[in-house]
Design a protein around this ligand. Structure first.
Ligand code: ARG
Length: 603
């Protein structure tokens, strides 16, 4: 349950703590710390909050919990600060204290948000934990050069962007890092293969297009898996590249440039900003990872490979699993790069990012990789005491058959095609609707609405799922006008824009807000939960929480608008209700914006 208006919550918490002292003094003497246990009410009929803190005091105080609750309520009644906040508290069940905020306070809170571009969401200050000067790193998207960017990367891109937006809105400087795979063994294979079959690709820019490059990569991989001589040459090629050989470097640069441009078209379309800092960036720091681990006594040489054995993680044979940081041939691994990146990211500027929170958005298949790397970094002493490393995993993208998403011919789905299809389908839906409603609109309108709705649908379908579960990709479901979908939310915004067109200035006479109907109060209470939901996403990194909130808010709004007259109401209700419409639209726009979704005035 979300609680409403953080500011009111903290004032209330202070009042509750004042009401506890006598009981608390005794309890503390008995070794129990004081906690009013103030939480959002579990049902609307219980009010806004409930305090359950009387119950655990029963034993240390040797009193019935209801009796303790009564003493607390008595204290509250004598506290003018509390009386300003709440109506008379009610004791329920075994000794819960139910609290209802004063309606005039809720109205004042709505009033304050009407003129506030942040809609009541506080901005972190320099003094706050991980304050305004400390960057948060979101490592997301991160496709691999010369390989196709797949739907898993799309999920990472969409989820990572939305987390970055929420953190930025809260006032954190965010480093959006694209940790592209631009340094791995794939280059050894690819360059070796191209040298033999298409050397011009390694010397001229854009000699072939990315699709061909991916095909070459597949051929190279096939040869690598079956041909020992090819394997050896490929490995030598990687070592050459990593050692700075000019010919390998040039080939590598060409391949990277080409992939990069292709990735950028997807980011542009999705309106997503990323700073590329690929694996190659950390090449100069890899050696120091190995020597550092050696110096801290963690490094073990096992059959020629340098590794660290993990604590508490063992393989099938029961032996502890290693994280290999340097292979027998001297090559470094994906994990070595991530260890170097951790040191760099936590390290002080200028030779580091000075971050205190680093967030990695990848599929859950990499959970073990990150757990291992984080453990090694911790044991090596590379994580500052106040530093946080968080892997934000997500499930697979499946087709409607529940299997891995594939095209009809069984190929991996190209992201460009997927986005094209979403827009095409949304265009077909729109044209059908226009025909039914006998509306005629120009081509520019149709294009804009179809594109916005199509891309919004893809993003929202992904974000609205709990990211930990696999997610079934369905154009029909994500484009439906009903249910927890982007079109449903966008439509709520459009509906309010329509009211504004008919009703004139929505903020005109909102000086004295006056609410009387339960549908109004329900909407008011929902509107005041925005700050809590954003705080939750900032902490738990689950964008679906924000989606559920926006969906509930839209439903609450639609119920209100269907059941209570707005434009035809008498004053002061008319203005007060228009103010609610306006705040609802602002809240939806802000929330959708944090999900990376643009809104429309008409659709
Ligand atoms: N390139 C990797 C992949 O495609 C993802 C990288 C994630 N970030 C990291 N720091 N390891 O699977």
């Amino acid at each position: 349950m979300l609680r409403i208006a953080q500011t009111l919550h903290s004032q209330l918490l202070a009042a509750m703590e004042r009401a506890f002292p006598e009981a608390a003094a005794q309890a503390e003497a008995a070794g129990k710390p004081l906690d009013p246990q103030l939480a959002a009410a579990s049902k609307p009929e219980f009010g806004d909050f409930q305090a359950n803190g009387a119950l655990p005091l029963a034993k240390p105080l040797g009193q019935a919990p209801r009796q303790i609750a009564a003493a607390i309520v008595e204290q509250l009644a004598a506290d003018p600060g509390f009386a300003e906040l709440c109506e008379a508290p009610q004791i329920a069940g075994p000794g819960f204290i139910n609290l209802t905020l004063r309606p005039e306070l809720l109205a004042a809170e709505v009033e304050a948000r009407l003129g506030d571009p942040r809609l009541g969401v506080p901005k972190i200050g320099a003094g706050d934990d991980g304050g305004a000067g400390t960057p948060v790193i979101v490592d997301f998207s991160s496709p691999n050069i010369a390989k196709e960017m797949h739907v898993g990367h799309l999920r990472s891109t969409i989820i990572g962007d939305s987390l970055a937006r929420v953190l930025e809105f809260r006032g954190h400087p965010v480093l959006r890092l694209n940790h592209v795979g631009d340094w791995g063994t794939q280059f050894g294979m690819l360059i070796t293969h191209l040298k033999q079959v298409a050397p011009q690709v390694l010397e001229t820019a854009d000699a072939v297009d990315l699709g061909d490059l991916v095909a070459f990569y597949r051929q190279a991989k096939q040869r690598f898996d079956g041909d020992e001589a090819f394997q050896t040459t490929s490995r030598e090629e990687v070592v050459k590249l990593q050692g700075g050989d000019p010919i390998s470097r040039k080939a590598w640069q060409l391949l990277c440039d080409q992939s990069r441009r292709e990735f950028q078209t997807i980011y542009d379309r999705l309106d997503i900003r990323l700073s590329e800092r690929g694996e190659s960036f950390y090449n100069p720091y890899l050696e120091a990872v190995v020597t550092g681990l050696d110096a801290s006594g963690l490094l073990v040489v096992d059959e020629g490979a340098r590794c660290v054995f993990l604590e508490g993680v063992s393989g099938k044979d029961g032996n502890p699993l290693p994280v290999i940081v340097q292979k027998t041939d001297g090559g470094f691994n994906y994990a070595t790069t991530d260890l170097a990146a951790i040191r760099y990211r936590f390290g002080a500027a200028p030779g580091g990012d000075g971050a205190r929170r680093v967030i990695y958005v990848t599929d859950s298949g990499q959970a073990n990789h990150f757990a291992g790397v984080f453990q090694v970094a911790r044991r090596a002493g590379w994580i500052p005491a106040d530093g946080r490393l968080e892997h934000v995993p997500f499930g697979l993208v499946q087709g409607e058959d529940g299997k891995k998403l594939k095209t009809r011919s069984g190929d991996t789905v190209r992201l460009k095609d997927l986005l094209d299809e979403a827009v095409e389908r949304s265009k077909a839906d729109l044209c059908r609707r226009l025909q039914e409603e006998e509306r005629s609109e120009d081509e520019a309108f149709i294009e804009q609405v179809a594109t916005t709705v199509g891309l919004a649908a893809v993003k929202y379908a992904d974000l609205s799922q709990n990211r930990n579960t696999n997610y079934q990709f369905s154009f029909d479901r994500m484009l439906a006008l009903q249910g927890n979908t982007a079109p449903y939310l966008l439509y709520a915004v459009v509906r309010i824009a329509g009211i504004a067109r008919k009703g004139g200035d929505m903020r005109a006479a909102s000086a004295a807000l006056h609410f009387s109907e339960p549908q109004e109060w329900a909407l008011v209470r929902e509107l005041l939960k925005l700050d809590a939901v954003i705080a939750e996403v900032e902490e738990e990194l689950l964008p679906n929480r924000l989606c559920s909130y926006l969906f509930e808010l839209s439903q609450m709004f639609n119920r209100f608008y269907d059941q209570v007259p707005v434009l035809k109401a008498e004053e002061p209700s008319r203005s007060s209700r228009l103010a609610l419409c306006s705040l609802t639209a602002d809240t939806l726009k802000l929330g959708l914006g944090l999900l990376g979704i643009a809104t429309l005035e008409r659709m």
